[in-house]
Ligand binder design. Sequence first.
Ligand code: FVH
Length: 312
Amino acid sequence: MTANATSPTPLTLLGAGAMGSALARAWLAAGHPLTVWNRTATRAQPLIAEGATLAATAAEAVAANQLVVACLLDDASVGDALTDADLAGRDLVNLTTGTPGQARDRAAWAQTRGARFLDGGIMATPPMIGQAGAGGYVFYSGSRDLFEEHRATLAIPTGTNYVGADPGFAALHDVALLSAMTGMFAGISHAFALIRREDIAPKEFAPLLAGWLAAMAPAVHLTAEQLHSGDYTKGVVSNLAMMVAGNATLLRTAQEQGVSTELLTPYMDLMQRRLATGHSEEDGTGIIDLLLREPASFVSAGHDPAFRKRTS
Ligand code: FVH
């Protein structure tokens, strides 16, 4: 059954962890009949008090509804949970964080068991779920028809962003954003370490740091434009030669402040390598090419004509 104006789609949720519980509450609040299973049943009890139906086993939970959403710790827990479940005729939506490869394998696995499959990558924290305007969303990939069929139900907890038929693409988008975030957090750690021993209030420094990061964030659009055109010197405002020279100041400041440079040097080494091969008029975009270890596999998955041209 799919959602319509009069009867919210009933669904099953596997996983009542922090994220699973937040999702469950959003569906319950919107009037969706919800069957919940959690490996540790006591953890699902608050949801039962709020109107969900508890299933004793994952197999029982899967049997209860056509639409089955999994939000478990990792890909292995999805396999563990669904070992004995009959997935034939079910629509499995996996919101468990995993790799693109795991998502593709899980899609093939679901198909052999007779289920349709969508993978999802959640770009939200539990408090953002069910909060319109919080900015959260889920990347979805896999069958477009399946996504459209369940779109209204899937959009209840947070926003949706369908990124393609390849079931690995949701995880790839998810992990790409999380990886960028990791680099940003590394920079934040280094910046706070630099001021840590000084008479500078972290609370006064924080808005300066946040403002600077926000001001720099639009640089991603220039990188995309350069990748698209294949011209890495296009629109450059701070070139590599200048930035590499400036790195000496960053490293020396860390030394003066008694701060380890271990978060900075891997990136700086790549900048140096790119400069050493004669790319002084670029900015950092050429470093992306240095990171691509197996060009052949990237070419086959690539969708940017400019990228294909550069690597052929
Ligand atoms: N919480 C967050 O901020 C992030 C936001 C972005 C997306 N992630 C991903 O969401 C998945 C679930 O995360 P979670 O926050 O609900 O995680 P936990 O609270 O730790 O709950 C984990 C659930 O997984 C169950 N589980 C663990 N191992 C197994 C297993 N072998 N078989 C069956 N179930 C398993 C666990 O059950 P229990 O420990 O309560 O018995 C919880 O239901 C996750 O992929 C995040 O990366 C969250």
